[in-house]
Design a protein around this ligand. Structure first.
Ligand SMILES: [Zn+2]
Length: 412
């Protein structure tokens, strides 16, 4: 049975890890940075030397085609891929694995002289980690990028997308032209590290993703009265921070109790105004995030949390405003792709289990234009988005071979 070269795949993972490498291990390689652009150049060279056709689209997505030199609606391609950008102080596998394993699979198929019915391509999507705009490249490819929003897109430190894209030699306003023609992609499958502990703890080598979580975020703003923190009697204070704190504790309880086994919730941003120790906070804002693979669960919880915020405010003599910020809909994975992964596991004698992805991925955009799916390999200790992110060499090889046989099935 056809199998990938594990040695070549690991050599490429090590080679890519040098771009943006940190002295203590790990990588910082945000999209459009000099390190990322060097990595892009390296990747294009690897695609070429693997015998594939390289090209780059106006959103900066890198592709390597086998039997394909661009996307058109006439020859639907089977697509795989992931991303080569990283979070700050990230690891060497998040994204890199899916791109380099995809490249390895296509090279293996090419060298074996196998002639699948459909053309194949591997993609490295721009700015998956969203320094400037979440899932930027796959959004552009799937026709979900609003051109009018591009000039305002910026990193949290203020660095503007238009500046870094221009520096990297791209015309930012042309990024939406990366949109794939209708019918260009017949199926998409992405290999990724799990980034959580479930597979490792169960001793299962392959996770077949059935859905990618939706994410609901709301800004909750409590308003009270700013007062002198020394001279105002305690019983007269309308402390907005206490409303925010009370809400944070009760919202967690509510979501865990009412949301079912898969929901997660986080308050990762809290701002207190005016934010000095000798003034009772007159205003407190927090950002409340919830994730679940079921859109109906998220919608119901969002309503219940808004009611909770009003109850907390009333009880404490405060006003409150709940402003929905963004809602990413959960993306179910296509049964056809899940079945192909299952069949690949069966052929390779690998155990698998179904799970959902608690992190966002480019596959959720692809799911809007084609049959899309994902497979996971175990992450050591469930660690990710940190410098000691790792997966065992055998786990990576199993994942790459499962991807190979999934692609062969989808393209047959
Ligand atoms: Zn990733």
């Amino acid at each position: 049975m056809l199998s990938v070269s594990s040695a070549r795949l690991h050599a490429r993972i090590a080679a890519l890890a040098r771009f943006g490498a940190l002295p203590g291990g790990g990588v910082t390689r945000s999209c459009w940075s000099p390190a990322h652009e060097e990595a892009r150049g390296w990747l294009l060279g690897e695609i070429k030397s693997a015998g594939l056709t390289p090209w780059v689209d106006p959103a900066g997505n890198v592709f390597g085609g086998l039997g394909l030199d661009r996307f058109d609606g006439a020859t639907p391609a089977v697509l795989t891929g992931s991303h080569i950008d990283t979070v700050p102080e990230g690891g060497t596998l998040d994204g890199a694995l899916g791109v380099l394993a995809g490249l390895e699979c296509l090279q293996t198929i090419h060298e074996a002289g196998a002639a699948p019915r459909r053309p194949l391509a591997v993609a490295a999507w721009s700015d998956e980690e969203g320094r400037y705009g979440s899932l930027f490249g796959s959004r552009a490819f799937c026709g979900r990028l609003d051109a009018a929003a591009i000039p305002a897109m910026a990193a949290v430190d203020g660095e503007r997308l238009v500046d870094v894209m221009t520096r990297a030699g791209f015309d930012p306003l042309r990024a939406p032209e990366a949109r794939a023609p209708a019918g260009a992609v017949d199926a998409y499958v992405e290999l990724h590290i799990e980034q959580g502990p479930r597979l490792e703890e169960a001793g299962i080598p392959i996770g077949i993703v059935d859905a990618i979580v939706g994410i609901h975020r709301a800004r909750v703003v409590f308003a009270g009265q700013a007062d002198h923190a020394g001279t105002t009697p305690m019983e007269r204070r309308r402390d907005a921070f206490l409303g925010a704190a009370d809400y944070a504790l009760k919202a967690r309880e509510l979501v865990v109790a009412r949301g079912g086994p898969r929901v997660v919730t986080n308050v990762g941003v809290v701002q207190v105004h005016p934010g000095v120790s000798n003034i009772v906070p007159g205003r407190a804002e927090l950002v409340h995030e919830m994730r679940d693979p079921d859109a109906a669960v998220l919608e119901r919880l969002a309503g219940e949390c808004a009611a909770l915020a009003r109850d907390v405010a009333t009880a404490r003599g405060l006003a409150v405003e709940v402003r929905p910020m963004s809602a990413t809909m959960p993306a179910p994975c296509a049964p056809r792709v899940q079945t192909a992964i299952e069949a690949a596991c069966a052929a390779l004698g690998l155990a698998w289990r179904r799970l959902y992805s608690a992190a966002g991925h480019d596959a959720q955009n692809l799911a809007a234009i084609t049959d899309a799916g994902m497979l996971f390999v175990p992450s050591r200790g469930g660690r990710s988005h940190r410098v000691d992110e790792a997966s065992d060499a055998e786990a990576i090889e199993r994942g790459a071979n499962t991807l190979l046989h999934t692609l062969l099935r989808l393209a047959a």
